[in-house]
Write a protein that binds this ligand. Sequence first.
Ligand SMILES: Cc1ncc(COP(=O)(O)O)c(C=O)c1O
Length: 371
Amino acid sequence: MTDTPNDRESPVGRSIDELDTPVALLDLDVFDSNAATIHRKLADGGLQWRPHSKAHKSPVLARRQLELGAIGVTCAKLGEAEVMAAGGIADILVANLLGSPAKWRRAADLQSTATVTVCVDDQQHVRWASAAAVQAGTVIPLLVEVDVGMHRVGVRSSDDAVALAEQIAATPGVELAGVMGYEGHLPTIWPAAEKVAQCEQALSVLTDAATAIRAAGHQVRLVSSGGTATFESAFGVDGLNESQAGGGCLMDRFYAETCHIDLPFALTLTATTVSVQQSAVAIIDAGFKALGTPANMQPALVLDREGVAVKALSAEHGILATEGSPLRVGDRVRLVPAYSDAMVYLHENLVGHRGGVVTEMIPVAGRGKLA
Ligand SMILES: Cc1ncc(COP(=O)(O)O)c(C=O)c1O
């Protein structure tokens, strides 16, 4: 029997309508079809798929994505990569920089379980990586991270990318695997033609860096970029070969309404009405500790109830405006999170279901692995 936060008996085989709330639900048929759609579009665009797993943090779902065409996974944190490696994922990209010798020692040790490629944008990263790898008797594959306009991290020019590539090539214990850049300043650009123009301009900075490194005599195997909200806008850029689009398998209100991504919702949260305050205000048992919701985003979206909307969230309560259809105490409400990234990590498990019948509990094994 599996202990879950909602139910001390395994809910497998039961209807999702019987589960105690709040409960995070993942429709696995929709997850599979979203994954298949993303993979097919990428394959048509000539790209391989290495989905970012920062939203689901689950080796179970990563393995499902591999079955549906992914070649590996992307992680935001080294701790998440350790969870993925322990869960049997053999090819992992940490799309991030590691800022201490201790982290590079963990990255070196992890190479005995999986191929774990890590980003660098500074000579210090390469020195730390080398020292750790030589000591562990291994080789760490590195990607030079290039700033493609987000101005978060990454080298700021092709010359700097070449210089770092040269250092990697001349350093023991590390190998140059390629380059990566994330166009994270562009997901909300609209209309579509403008998003395409800006993605093409941004990602040509990445492919130019790859070209310059090759011209200096080095192999560039991976040219990795892309997210759910932008991958389709970059198919015109020659020279990209991997995409990190991931969260679209779950979907959420941000991707759908702000980024104009046309995929169905796989991730939902069911809550229960616990109080009716006035005729047009109802309180549910899910607040920001169950739904997440970054301050700058639209709140969770209420499904199937016309005229009902989230007005505000406190920690454990959601305040709904119910002008359209009054709710009674005990009524269940289905919501789509504002942003899947901000919801999933609050839950120990996602309850996987097909056709409304629970099929499996999916541990969010990477939650809390922030280091
Ligand atoms: C490095 C990196 N790659 C890709 C993505 C896109 O991920 P997703 O497809 O889940 O939106 C992000 C989003 O923050 C990111 O930081």
